[in-house]
Ligand binder design. Structure first.
Ligand code: OOB
Length: 541
């Protein structure tokens, strides 16, 4: 292992032409040479003013941001936490960072103090780039608080305009197989892990995704999911569209009454959604007079899209459906344009690359036959071999396969059907929540003896969270029993993203036991999930 992949694999991926000399530092200057005056980016700036840029203009704006960052002391190889909404600055600052060879750390706008402190510490960040306000939340104060807590972290607020002036900078020369950025894992542990992606591996997945999805100069791609997510970023996403010479249209609100008029006005041809948003769009379509005739392709992924909903997309929204099953760690699966209907509606697609190696194994690690459910393990030309800070044995096997934690069935065609999960994570409409992370916050409360966070089925989100809280038995408890709203407030005030605040809280005086002593946390969560699901059904009756 010399870089991020074992030498023999790196040689192979190079020889196959998957990994090239292309880097993100040179990406936009190269696109500007190829596509010059074509429209690259449409959106609003941080003040809400409309903005349109050609490839040349976008490249220029990124060069100015690069100069601003450099003049403020950011250099090649330095890590910078990027937390911006879907405004044009997201793209200009991102490519500004790439241009100077800095390494972005992709935070979501929803992240708060505890997450940002962790990302900055883990990555050794030199700076945090944010906006004064995102969705009416004071991100300037948030960033300053984070910086004060850690020390040695500069804060850049795009509203203060450090990036409107400055001399041009030549794109940095970076090694194609070096670290390009740090992506966030959905997480199954107490604190989220950082995912190191290299220029070569990520660009391979971007180019192939663009090809599979048929992108070209005519593509007009609407981004309504947070841009930092791997899905709208690179599957094929913003990067794929800019690679192919198309136009990225940034939207700040995925709600149909905002997104539909934008599709009409900008003649959007393609967009990507998580299942709950796709359902919302299906629901809203009959009540809207917006002209969606330009929309040719809707990608749905991030969580399982039920076949019943998938079936409605083409007749009701008038566009093709593509299912996308991916992960920030690497592997991405797409249903293809020429797949028969039953595969498009009933599977989550097949891998990007012929060299994506997929294993479906039983609990003992033995392969299961096609069509049978098993644990999905994978390795390939754009799947990481370890998280930042080392390989952990729970996530990678000796041969370098990544344990996805997903239970899938593989069909003879290679298509995968996601059947479930064997990881302590809740998939709340595409947002991933590590049970342990939320539990750690809950047990910090003085009246909480123990806590387990489990998924409960939800018609709209697919899953929601329920925190089962162990409290002292008896009528007069000391300290007094917290109420559900108090506990939610407590978690919120510890500085975590709102989507991680438990949707439901249940107090219990006893956790299930096996009689043979303590049961594992995983068994405990399983037992509690059943208990909570049972109560859910009673309520419905
Ligand atoms: C995407 O990436 P992450 O890292 O937020 O989450 C990955 C996990 C997968 O391991 C799986 O558990 C779940 O999200 N997932 C799906 C799914 N797509 C992702 N589960 C069922 N059906 C699907 N279609 O979520 C992501 C990254 C790139 C492209 C698309 C999604």
């Amino acid at each position: 292992m010399t870089g991020y992949f074992p030498t023999e694999f790196a040689e192979r991926y190079r020889a196959l032409g998957y990994w090239t000399g292309e880097t993100f530092a040179a990406f936009l200057p190269e696109a500007a040479r190829r596509f010059g005056d074509a429209e690259a980016l449409v959106g609003e700036d941080h003040r809400g003013a409309p903005s349109r840029m050609t490839y040349r203009e976008l490249d220029r704006a990124a060069a100015v941001a690069a100069a601003g960052l450099r003049d403020n002391g950011i250099g090649a190889g330095e890590r910078v936490v990027l937390q911006l909404p879907n405004t044009v600055e997201y793209v200009t600052v991102l490519f500004g960072l790439f241009r100077i060879g800095a390494v972005p750390v992709f935070a979501l706008p929803a992240h708060r103090r505890s997450e940002l402190v962790h990302f900055a510490r883990m990555s050794g960040a030199k700076a945090l780039v944010t906006a004064a306000e995102i969705a009416r939340f004071d991100h300037r104060a948030l960033a300053q608080g984070v910086a004060a807590e850690i020390g040695g972290v500069a804060v850049f607020v795009v509203d203060d305009e450090p990036f409107v002036d400055g001399d041009d900078t030549e794109p940095a020369v970076v090694a194609p197989e070096s670290l390009a950025f740090l992506q966030l894992s959905g997480g199954t542990t107490g604190v989220p892990k950082l995912i190191p992606r290299t220029h070569a591996d990520y660009l391979y997945s971007v180019r192939e995704s663009a090809r599979i999805c048929g992108l070209g100069p005519g593509t007009r791609f609407l981004v309504v999911l947070p841009a930092a997510h791997n899905f709208p970023m690179s599957s094929p996403g913003i990067l794929g569209v800019l690679w192919a010479g198309g136009t990225v249209v940034l939207g700040t609100d995925p709600a149909p009454h905002k997104a539909f008029p934008l599709i009409e006005a900008e003649r959007v041809t393609m967009t990507s959604l998580v299942p709950p948003l796709a359902m919302l769009w299906l629901q809203a379509r009959p009540g809207s007079s917006a002209d969606l005739s330009s929309l040719a392709l809707l990608q749905v992924g991030g969580a399982k899209f039920p076949a019943e909903a998938a079936r409605r997309v083409e007749p009701e929204l008038g566009c093709r459906l593509q299912q996308v099953f991916g992960m920030a760690e690497g592997l991405v699966n797409y249903t293809r344009d020429d797949d028969p209907e039953d595969l498009v509606l009933g599977t989550q697609g097949r891998p990007i690359s012929p060299d994506d190696e997929v294993r479906v194994l039983d609990d003992d690690g033995a392969p299961v036959p096609d069509g049978e459910p098993g644990h999905l393990w994978t390795r390939g030309p754009y799947t990481i071999r370890g998280y930042l800070g080392g390989v952990d044995a729970a996530s990678f096997d000796a041969e370098g396969y990544y344990r996805t934690g997903d239970i899938v069935r593989r069909l003879p065609s290679g298509h995968l059907v996601v059947e479930g999960r064997a990881k302590d994570q809740i998939n709340r409409g595409g947002e991933k929540i590590a049970a342990e992370e939320v539990e750690n916050h809950l047990v910090a409360h003085p009246a909480v003896i123990d806590a387990a966070v489990v998924a409960v089925a939800d018609e709209f989100l697919g899953e929601r969270t329920c925190a089962v809280i162990l409290v002292a038995p008896g009528e007069v408890a000391e300290p007094p029993r917290p109420t559900a709203p108090e506990l939610k407030k407590f978690v919120r005030e510890r500085g975590v993203a709102e989507y991680k605040v438990p949707d439901r809280v249940e107090l219990v005086e006893r956790f299930p036991t096996t009689g043979v002593g303590k049961i594992s946390r995983r068994e405990l969560r399983r037992a509690l999930a059943e208990l909570v699901a049972g109560r859910n059904n009673e309520e419905k009756r």
